[in-house]
Design a binder for this molecule. Structure first.
Ligand code: XMP
Length: 326
């Protein structure tokens, strides 16, 4: 496709021109956007780029391993993995407000990036150039919905990392900010990234932190990780991965309802399934999933995930609902 080839060529040239001989870091989130942004920048500046994978403890089951394995295998990129679970969960303790969560997560991301940047410079020794640039996989819809577009209210602090602090020490490189998701996938294909990466469903930078309604704790994250893994497993087994845009699983952590299991009363949490179909995430419709698939997901989650005794289906389109609950 000549259009995508020229998009790649032009943006590679622009990145080279801007970064010169300096260094950049790129946070990898496991999602397609950051992967494509990283691959594009790597093409432009090679190993002046270091990717940083921040394991913030808000990832889904198996996600960290996948990023570490698949992406490095596909691109040969330099990758630093930072275990930052305690830092993030500590910062999020006691916080329930969605925008506050996003801002905290964004801020902690930047702190980790700053620390990683100074370590990269220290390692490079006296000939090391400073790390001046932060690469982000921000897309056009993210720009619009964060209020950066024309005439649109701020819906969510939507940066790839969930909202940036004001005293940012990096210059941002956002090579995808004019593209929609389908175009990003085409760029990824053009760059030779494997199918598993190019067709991965969207996953938000703030991770499961914005899928727990209420305070984010390790216990709640573990619950949600189990429920989410079951839903993903069943959707994949049913061959629905390419049909649905994504299916957030949301834990209503502050809500309890009465149930009965075996001969005992339970008083557990509901989880919400939020399967959507969409072209660009700006609008979405709820997916009409087959009842038998929904039934399997529901049965397995309530049987296998302790403390979850109810599964509900979100049948709201966007608008008026957003895809994520926070
Ligand atoms: P909403 O909830 O605004 O989501 O309808 C639209 C799409 O964006 C994803 N999303 C994010 N992606 N950082 C991201 O990289 C974020 O902070 C973020 N918030 C939402 C969401 O999963 C959906 O695909």
């Amino acid at each position: 496709d000549w259009t995508m080839a020229s998009v790649v060529e032009e943006s590679v040239a622009a990145i080279r021109e801007r970064v010169g001989s300096r260094r950049a870091i790129c946070g990898l989130s496991g999602g397609v956007d950051s992967a494509v942004a990283a691959a594009l920048v790597q093409k432009a500046i090679g190993d002046q780029l270091t990717c940083v994978y921040v394991d913030h403890g808000l990832m889904r089951k198996g996600e960290s391993e996948q990023v570490e394995k698949d992406f490095v295998a596909a691109t040969g990129v330099k990758l630093t993995v930072v275990d930052a679970e305690e830092r993030f969960l500590g910062a999020l303790a006691g916080v329930s407000d969605p925008e506050q969560k996003r801002k905290i997560i964004g801020r902690e991301f930047i702190r980790v990036f700053e620390q990683a940047a100074s370590e990269i410079v220290a390692e490079a020794g006296e000939h090391g150039e400073s790390v001046d640039f932060l690469v982000q996989g921000t897309l056009y819809p993210d720009v619009v919905e964060s209020g950066g577009g024309t005439g649109t209210a701020n819906i969510k602090s939507h940066h790839n990392v969930g909202g940036l602090p004001e005293d940012l020490q990096f210059q941002l490189v956002e090579p995808l900010r004019r593209l929609f998701k389908d175009e990003v996938r085409m760029v990824g294909q053009e760059l030779g990234l494997p199918e598993e990466i190019v067709h991965r469903q969207p996953f938000p930078g703030p991770g499961l932190g914005i899928r727990i309604i209420g305070e984010v704790t390790k216990e709640r994250l573990d619950l949600l990780r189990e429920a989410d893994a079951i839903a993903r497993e069943e959707l994949t087994a049913a061959g629905l991965d390419r049909e649905i845009w994504q299916c957030p699983v949301v834990l209503l952590a502050d809500v309890r309802s009465v149930g009965v299991q075996g001969d005992g009363r339970t008083y557990g949490h509901p989880v919400v399934l939020r399967p959507v179909s969409s072209e660009d995430a700006m609008t979405a419709d709820w997916s009409r999933l087959p009842y038998d698939v929904l039934a399997r997901i529901s049965t397995r989650i309530t049987n296998e995930v302790e403390d979850v005794n109810r599964v509900v289906l979100d049948v709201t389109s966007k608008p008026p609902g957003t895809i994520e609950w926070e």
